[in-house]
Write a protein that binds this ligand. Structure first.
Ligand code: EPS
Length: 366
């Protein structure tokens, strides 16, 4: 069975293939009264897009969002919002040579096993192109979270291969093609990426994403825990292989006295929990770290099999990202924002009348 929708009260369904006529989404359950215009999608779609620097795929998509439904006179009406983006720069002939072969490490092998047929052009639904519509849908979620709750969601790249930020300046993140928080390392990363691209190989990356000003109380124990739904949302992004919340796997080596986040009326002393306790937001920053695998479409030959099960050597030509994680910060922001808005609506539905029962420990990132 296919599964192309996520969220309970805010339910997003995406459709379309990388080389089909269009990709799109339906956002159901969005509250009425949110102002939204086609130009509101531009900034985040550009942040995610290919072709914005020499370090990403050189496919140049227009990424123009058409609002098909659910918005009247610039305001959401509460009915399903339909968004469409037409594909304008697919080059399917790049894929004719590998239509009968499997790229090692790519989903084309498992898609064919599952469905018995596949759209080999551009990876179909397993392409990073699919993430466009998540980012578009989340433009509305980010706006609602910011306007109603003062919540901001921001991501940056926190590792490329074994390169890690030496410093952290939030103002640097949007000022370079790598969403990198230390401007003094940009030249080094540029040289690394240039050499990688020339070698024909690819590399993985880590993306950190944080949501600030989330109030305590969001998350639905036990099977709708906030951290469980964030992890599922991140893992649903093509190319993601790992997700950590707060201290994540570092918690394994910590003592309880180190891991616990001490509290006082002035606030929390640390944030190893990543802003979530028992699957419910604590009021601290929600912090999440996401691992992206190296792109599997490589022009370097690799051993594989064809659809007849015969051994062949595959070479992938075309316009591929040497590090798909470099375009991922807006995608991780989108998934976090969509989960948070869904959880906010669910919290309001069940517990909207509860009100404040105890003094709130000031949140923040400590
Ligand atoms: C992708 C391969 C490339 C990228 C694409 C993701 O597409 P193509 O092979 O058609 O040139 O350009 O990314 C996008 C088009 C996008 O908008 O993100 C892949 O195999 O995942």
């Amino acid at each position: 069975m296919s599964d192309n929708s996520f969220g309970r009260l805010l339910r997003v369904t995406t459709f379309g293939e990388s080389h089909g006529p269009a990709i799109g989404c339906v956002i159901d359950g969005c509250p009425p009264g949110i102002a939204i215009a086609p130009e509101d999608f531009r900034a985040d779609l550009d942040r995610r897009a290919t072709g914005k620097s020499r370090h990403t795929s050189q496919r140049h998509e227009a990424d123009e969002v058409e609002i098909l439904s659910g918005v009247y006179e610039g305001i959401t009406t509460g009915t399903p919002i339909g968004l469409l983006v037409r594909n304008t720069d697919a080059r399917s002939k790049d894929y004719s040579k590998i239509a009968e072969q499997f790229r090692p490490g790519h989903a084309d092998y498992t898609y064919l096993h599952k469905y018995g047929r596949r759209d080999p052009r551009g990876g179909g639904r397993s392409s990073a192109r699919e993430t466009t519509m998540r980012v578009a849908a989340a433009v509305i979620a980010k706006k609602w979270l910011r306007d109603r709750h003062g919540i901001t969601v921001q991501a940056h790249v926190s590792q490329i291969a074994d390169i890690r930020p030496r410093g952290f300046d939030v103002a640097a993140i949007e000022g370079n093609p790598f969403f990198w928080p230390d401007a003094s390392q940009v030249a080094e990363i540029e040289a690394f990426m240039d050499a990688l691209r020339k070698s024909g190989d690819s590399v993985g990356a880590r993306v950190d994403v944080v949501a600030r000003n989330v109030p305590p109380g969001w998350g639905e124990p036990i099977y709708g825990k906030l951290d469980a739904e964030i992890a599922a949302a991140m893992m649903s992004i093509n190319a993601v292989k790992g997700v950590e919340i707060g201290a994540g796997f570092a918690a394994v080596a910590q003592r309880g006295t180190e891991h616990r986040d001490l509290m006082s009326p002035a606030g929390f002393a640390s944030n190893h929990a990543g802003g979530i306790l028992g699957g419910i937001s604590s009021g601290q920053d929600i912090t999440c770290s996401v691992a992206f695998k190296p792109t599997s479409s490589l022009r370097l030959p690799g051993a594989t099999v064809d659809t007849a099960g015969q051994p062949v050597e595959v070479i992938t030509t075309g316009r591929h990202d040497p590090c798909v994680g470099l375009r991922a910060p807006p995608i991780c922001e989108a998934m976090l924002a969509l989960v948070l808005m869904d959880q906010a609506l669910r919290h309001r539905a069940q517990c909207g009348d509860v009100g404040v029962v105890l003094p709130v420990v000031p949140g923040g990132g400590a």
